[in-house]
Design a protein around this ligand. Structure first.
Ligand code: IMP
Length: 182
């Protein structure tokens, strides 16, 4: 696919992502063998990752969705996390795996973990495709990580800026003039 004109640089190609998703799936296949977890996808950014990931999983599982917001159309976290849509399934006594696109400040995942733990799951683990390690404001243990990336605002493969660019098959860095333009 040709580079989108708003993208400055491709950080991770379609092939690099595909290989990494395969690696993560292999770890999950090992760790969740003979278990039947609930995979909680955090809307909307993680859906592309989720769809590719679950097609490589060899254990039974169900998927459910939760939606939180902390960015509200900006490129920096507001620091306030809000629950926009809750799970449909009960997670009491279940193995739960949160699938998220990216961990940045850590506030979103810390909030989600706190919230889900109050519902008494049997286990709770976190899987993220991207980790902006240097941006952490709150410690959060991430059990499965795809790539550690620099502190640059990325889009593509589910990640958005103002709801756009989720369809790009690669992960790219937005041109700074795009923020100024919109
Ligand atoms: P945190 O609460 O700061 O860790 O941010 C997590 C959420 O912020 C993710 O679910 C993303 O929706 C969003 N986010 C963080 N960094 C980026 C980025 O570089 N591009 C797009 N969304 C991002």
């Amino acid at each position: 696919m040709k580079k989108h004109p708003d993208i400055e640089e491709i950080l991770l190609t379609e092939n690099q992502i595909k290989r990494k998703v395969g690696e993560i799936a292999r770890q999950l296949n090992r760790d969740y063998k003979n278990k039947k977890p609930i995979i909680v996808s955090v809307l909307k950014g993680s859906v592309v990752f989720l769809c590719d990931l679950i097609r490589k999983l060899e254990f039974d599982h169900i998927i459910d969705f939760i939606s939180v917001s902390s960015y509200a159309n900006a490129t920096e976290s507001s620091g306030v996390v809000r629950l926009l849509m809750d799970l449909r399934e009960s997670i009491v006594g279940r193995d739960v795996l949160i699938v998220e696109d990216i961990v940045d400040t850590g506030l979103t995942l810390a909030y989600l973990k706190r919230n889900l733990l109050t519902r008494k799951p049997k286990s709770l683990k976190i899987c993220v495709l991207l980790d902006k390690k240097e941006c952490r404001k709150q410690f959060i243990k991430v059990d499965y990580v795809g790539f550690t990336i620099p502190n640059k605002f990325c889009v593509g493969y589910g990640l958005d800026y103002r709801q756009l660019y989720r369809n790009l098959p690669y992960i790219g860095i937005l041109k700074p003039q795009v923020y100024r333009r919109k």
